[in-house]
Every structure is written in structure tokens, then in C-alpha cells.
Design a protein around this ligand. Structure first.
Ligand SMILES: [Zn+2]
Length: 118
């Protein structure tokens, strides 16, 4: 979990999973854990991003309306801004959490093994 928050390799924690902004590495240069596997693997990262965005919007909405008692139309404008900005800002972490989840469930395959099988 700590490695996910810091955007480090979920297997070894030695390197960042981010190659450059909005580009996730193909595999870890230290432990060779594969980050980008078969086609469609990225859907899990999108799912993590969508679910987290929805939760943030829900919490923000309830907090604004029920705790602060803000005006409904102002809250809608703020929610729209959050809905547009948050998924972009959360892009790298959605990948980190998806890879961390995959690592816990079935371990990440190594790049060399993957190459010899495909
Ligand atoms: Zn690694």
C-alpha cells in the first residue's frame, strides 16, 4: 500500500512505475516485473480511477450539502470541476493501485517469462 501511494514498483519498491508524466513503464528495470501485460489489462486501472472518482464525488457532495449546507447549484459546479480534474490527477495512482492489487492477487509476471511465452 505504501509503495502504491509512492508510485513505486509493487514487487520490489526500488523504482517508480512512472516513466514520464502519463506514461507508465512497461516493466520494472530492477526486478523485471511486468506492468503492461495483455491487451485490456489497462481496463483495471481505469476501473480503479472511475470507482475512486465516484467515491470522491459522493463524499464531496454529502459533505458539502449535509455538513456545510452549501447551495445546491454551487455544489454542482464544484462537483463538475472535481469530476473533470480528479481522474486526471489520479491517473498514476490508479495504475499504482491496480498493479498493487494484481501483485497481491497473483504476483506480477516477470518480463523475461512473459517474452518467452508470447
Ligand atoms: Zn520492481
Amino acid at each position: 500500500m505504501k509503495r502504491c501511494v509512492k508510485l513505486r514498483c509493487p514487487a520490489c519498491g526500488e523504482t517508480s512505475i512512472v516513466e514520464r508524466p502519463f506514461h507508465i513503464r512497461h516493466h520494472c528495470p530492477v526486478c523485471l516485473s511486468l506492468y503492461k501485460r495483455e491487451d485490456g489489462f489497462f481496463v483495471g486501472a481505469i476501473l480503479a480511477n472511475v470507482v475512486t472518482t465516484e467515491l470522491v464525488i459522493l463524499v464531496f457532495c454529502f459533505f458539502s450539502l449535509l455538513v456545510i449546507g452549501a447551495d445546491y447549484e454551487n455544489v454542482l459546479v464544484l462537483l463538475f470541476i472535481v469530476a473533470v480534474v480528479f481522474p486526471v490527477a489520479f491517473y498514476h495512482h490508479s495504475w499504482a493501485f491496480w498493479l498493487g492489487f494484481d501483485y497481491l492477487v497473483e504476483k506480477l509476471p516477470k518480463y523475461k517469462q512473459y517474452r518467452s511465452q508470447h
